[in-house]
Design a protein around this ligand. Structure first.
Ligand code: HEC
Length: 707
């Protein structure tokens, strides 16, 4: 009897806890993307559809180091925490933009891995900020910005912690804030996209010590569920890796379920050495947040050879459906957008899809050695938010070289998004970055609408044979390393592809000193992975080659061996399919914003997002443009979004998609805004780093408010 009453009390207090939790939901911005549900939603309503047109800049903070900033700031107790272009961490008075502290690791050179923000954890007076740069996770005192020495190695932990020996020297960084569950932080990781990628095992660390708490293997070992969906030895991480979460996670703290979207296996574009479906690459994993045990999973792309990583954190939503008695009931669900333009919605507990999905037959004519998977899943509802094909009728009507574009399209495989990588060229559309991209979706619990901004950019992938070991042996060491590791992105001629975001290295000598180049090669920068596993000698040889100082002597020998000969191909790089003037080869729209009703699967509205002012000036209706970074939606009825290449920040009526306000930012804001209230005043803040897509650089965080 006594025992029973104890149980009853426990239940009552649990319910009470969740109620009070509900009341505080969505009021602040203390976590990445507004909270553990990653809804990008706020109950603040001081700024509304009527007065949003009166927004003014409240403050601007200059970080000093310019470059792309993807950071979504968090705000705790009136303090804003964020990261700069070179992954320095800072704290501001969120009402004035005054700097309180800034942290930069003096022991390491500046790192350039783009950061999407920081994570806060507190217990009593112990208040911590977690932030990542290079291979380190830093644990800082939230009040002072100083490392907390009892964490990891004097306040920082090597993110290799827990990975197998084979991955010890492989490139690792983390662009996206970790997710807190009790005293654990579960971290996203970014790796190489090649056969040299570390394995993407999901890992939770103790927030106090940095010790590994649990690990879920995304490339299973013998005897584990999913092992048979890979080659026999793939788990050894000799020439296959990744299947990592880089985009971030969401957590249902009441149910203690962690939702983890994963990316493709490495090498991205050939899987002959990893036969099978490749579980748990390209999956949404529901894990027990306390133990990492798998509860359920759904795989979005079987045996991925297109780099169709799940691009964003999932969104925790509540969907209305009619129950067996015909009455509407609420189902707690998790929505996941994909690069390919799909929205999938699952019951959080059972993993059952709330809209019908279907396995469709797809092409199987891959390059020699490839072992394509014959079917792929697609949702039958909601309709895709991005176009799914580019046909001959879809050539950009404003292009000056339409005939040339048409001839190119006819030459390459382009019937649908599942055309396999090929030597004649394959259209990647929706593009490498999506479709849906890392900005992720916003969700409004009031209206049940999911808000997704997306790109409509075609790319062309072309497969070529890798040079054979005897060909490589003919080259001096630096040039050989360049051919092996750098050609895919910077090209045989070292001219890169500036329009697609891959810089030329031809004139490196006049622009950059050798120390800079050394650091970039070791630690990576932006979309470039680091090559930390190359020996100091190899990196020296590379730099000598890049600065035109390498002698044509051939050292030959062991260095020429290709460790990754089981992957016989590479691509000619990441090439956008553009017209002569640099506009997409496809007809507009080139950027869109969609509002999808998750109760019905129907679109509430869909609009073109962004413009090229020079085209609008010619009388062409706004075309939309590439956009990176997500929306924020509020109880005031407003949806805020920057993201566009045109450098604007816009506010729309969330119910209709009507434009209510826009302003030119100091530099393009390729980031998701945050909104918060202090002393009765609501602010909306956005990082303006520009740089991406060839836009001017910036170094500021700008906050807007009503006067
Ligand atoms: C996966 C594609 C990729 C690979 C592989 C790659 N890079 Fe890069 N690299 C990039 C991108 C993208 C940038 C621009 C980064 C930025 O500024 O955000 C870049 C920038 C650089 C820069 C800086 C240029 C400048 O002026 O700022 C150097 C130097 C460089 N890469 C050298 C190399 C070398 C050497 C290798 C081979 C060891 C290599 N890269 C491999 C994509 C790549």
């Amino acid at each position: 009897m006594k025992r029973l009453s104890f149980v009853v009390v426990a239940f009552v207090s649990a319910a009470f806890y969740s109620l009070s939790d509900d009341k505080n939901k969505y009021t602040g911005w203390a976590e990445f993307l507004g909270g553990p549900e990653r809804t990008h939603y706020s109950t603040l309503n001081q700024i509304n559809t009527d007065n949003v047109k009166n927004l003014k800049m409240a403050w601007e903070y200059h970080s000093g180091d310019s470059g792309q900033v993807q950071c979504n700031p968090i705000i705790v107790d009136g303090v804003l925490y964020a990261t700069t272009a070179s992954t320095q961490v800072f704290a501001l008075d969120a009402a004035t933009g005054r700097e309180l502290w800034k942290y930069k690791d003096a022991k390491d050179p500046q790192w350039y891995n783009t950061s999407r923000g920081v994570t806060y954890w507190a217990e009593g007076d112990d208040k911590r900020i977690f932030s990542s740069a290079g291979k380190w996770l830093y644990c800082l005192d939230a009040r002072t910005g100083q490392p907390i020495a009892s964490f990891g190695e004097n306040g920082r932990m090597d993110l290799h912690n827990g990975l197998p020996e084979a991955a010890k020297d492989k490139f690792i960084c983390s662009n996206t804030p970790g997710t807190i569950h009790k005293n654990l932080i579960i971290m996203p990781f970014r790796f190489s996209e090649g056969p040299d990628a570390a394995p993407g095992h999901i890992r939770a660390f103790d927030v106090r010590t940095g010790k590994l708490a649990w690990m879920f293997k995304t490339i299973p070992h013998p005897g584990e569920y999913g092992y048979s969906t890979w080659g026999k030895n793939n788990y050894k991480n000799e020439d296959v890796g990744a299947a990592n979460n880089w985009a971030g996670m969401a957590i249902d703290r009441e149910r203690e379920i962690l939702f983890v979207p994963t990316g493709s296996a490495g090498y991205d574009f050939y899987g002959g050495n990893r036969p099978g479906q490749n579980l748990f690459a390209n999956c949404l994993l529901a894990l027990d947040a306390n133990t990492g045990k798998r509860l359920w999973h759904f795989q979005f792309v079987h045996h991925d050879v297109w780099d169709r990583d799940l691009p964003s954190a999932p969104t925790l939503v509540t969907v209305k459906r009619n129950g067996p008695d015909g009455r509407p009931r609420n189902i707690d669900a998790v929505a996941q957008i994909t690069k390919s333009g799909f929205v999938f919605v699952f019951d959080r507990v059972t993993g059952k899809s709330l809209f019908p999905t279907k396995e469709i037959a797809v092409p199987t004519n891959g390059v020699a050695g490839e072992k394509p998977w014959p079917t792929q899943p697609v949702p039958l509802k909601p309709a895709p938010f991005s176009r799914q094909t580019m046909t001959e009728k879809d050539i950009n009507p404003y292009a000056e070289n339409k005939d040339e574009l048409l001839a190119t399209l006819k030459k390459i495989r382009h019937r649908n998004q599942f055309e396999l990588p090929s030597k004649e060229g394959t259209l990647i559309f929706p593009g490498y970055d999506g479709g849906g991209e890392w900005g992720g979706a916003g969700y409004d619990p009031e209206t049940g609408l999911l808000y997704v901004n997306s790109n409509e950019m075609p790319w062309i992938m072309t497969i070529v044979d890798k040079p054979k070991a005897d060909q490589l042996a003919q080259l001096p060491a630096g040039e050989r390393a360049y051919v092996q590791y750098c050609v895919v992105c910077h090209g045989n001629d070292r001219k890169g592809n500036a329009k697609s975001g891959y810089p030329s290295l031809v004139d490196l000598g006049v622009r950059r000193d050798k120390a800079f180049t050394h650091n970039i090669v070791k630690g990576g920068k932006g979309m470039m992975p680091g090559f930390s596993y190359l020996s100091e000698n190899e990196r020296n040889a590379l730099v000598t080659f890049l600065y035109g100082e390498e002698k044509k002597e051939v050292s030959g020998g062991a260095g020429a061996a290709d460790k990754y000969a089981s992957v016989p191909y590479k691509t000619t790089g990441y090439n956008k399919f553009l017209d002569k003037n640099g506009y997409p080869a496809i007809n507009p729209p080139w950027g869109q914003l969609s509002a999808i009703n998750l109760n019905t699967g129907e679109y509430a509205w869909k609009i073109t997002l962004g413009e090229f002012p020079e085209l609008t000036a010619k009388g062409i209706a706004p075309t939309g443009c590439e956009n990176y970074g997500g929306p924020v939606v509020t109880a005031g009825g407003v949806l805020f979004i920057a993201a566009t290449k045109d450098g604007m920040m816009r506010a729309f009526n969330k119910k209709t998609g009507q434009l209510l306000w826009q302003t030119k930012l100091p530099a393009a804001g390729f980031a998701t805004p945050s909104t918060y209230q202090i002393n009765g005043k609501q602010y909306v803040v956005i990082a303006c780093g520009g740089t991406k897509l060839g836009t001017p650089k910036g170094d500021s965080f700008v906050a807007f408010a009503l006067e």
